[in-house]
Design a protein around this ligand. Structure first.
Ligand SMILES: [Mn+2]
Length: 237
């Protein structure tokens, strides 16, 4: 299958470094967004290592084998980042989120760790496919916090899972059947905290994928972009 896709990454208006990393391999039907953390340039290193792991696994033949390889690559990346962090005797975790989309005719699979998200835009509706591994998501699920308050909560950046954070590690997965006209959006929290699902839909409607990507980025930058902003738009033909 030939996929139309469009990716953007921007340092934003407040940060000195862009610690997000992106992967777009339409020839293999694989895309990913990773959001690194850890101070100094550790976040950049962590997200780049995670993206490289996904890229190396993406070339695997067969859809199920590819899912297994990418999952295994993320587990190996988790071990690597923990080992690097220990070697540097860092008090702070050197970690990264990741959300990956694997796509072929008739099937999609999203793999994720942390709060980078995948959305599916279908029939003029936006569905969030992933569930954040974050403290505020746990509070929302427990009925202790309203979903609308989550993005602005003081602990909104506290993750309960990340690549490189703990040897107790699991990659979550959601699968389904793509339909012609579907658009997938993978995004770091630099976008998702500033732009709602309704706004995503509004920016996409009536635009080419390239124009929609420009519009989404401009909307985020226009709101101050306190964090790095990265996303991939992928259209199912
Ligand atoms: Mn971020």
């Amino acid at each position: 299958m030939e996929f139309n896709c469009s990716i953007r990454t921007d340092v934003g208006h407040k940060r000195k470094l862009n610690e997000d990393s992106l992967l777009s391999l339409p020839e293999h039907g694989v895309w990913a967004v990773a959001d690194g953390m850890g101070g100094h340039d550790s976040g950049e290193v962590a997200s780049a290592l995670v993206i490289e792991a996904v890229a190396n696994a993406a070339r695997t033949e067969g859809f199920d084998a590819r899912i297994a390889r990418v999952t295994g690559a993320l587990e190996a990346a988790n071990d690597s980042l923990i080992a690097i962090g220990r070697a540097q005797d860092q008090k702070r975790t050197m970690g990264s989120t990741v959300v990956a989309l694997l796509l072929e005719e008739g099937r999609y699979c999203c793999l994720w760790v942390g709060d980078s998200r995948a959305y599916l835009i279908r029939h003029a509706e936006v569905e969030q496919l992933t569930r954040d591994h974050s403290l505020v998501q746990d509070l929302v699920d427990a009925g202790m916090l309203a979903a609308e308050e989550a993005e602005n909560h003081p602990d909104a950046n506290v993750l309960t899972r990340a690549v490189g954070a703990s040897s107790r590690f699991r990659v979550d997965r959601v699968s389904g059947t793509p339909e012609p006209g579907d658009i997938f959006l993978l995004a770091s929290d630099g976008l998702t905290r500033l732009v709602s699902k309704d706004e995503i839909l509004a920016e996409l409607s009536g635009r080419s994928l390239e124009a929609a990507a420009d519009a989404l980025l401009q909307l985020t930058l226009g709101r101050g972009a306190p964090d790095n902003v990265s996303f991939a738009l992928v259209a199912v033909p």
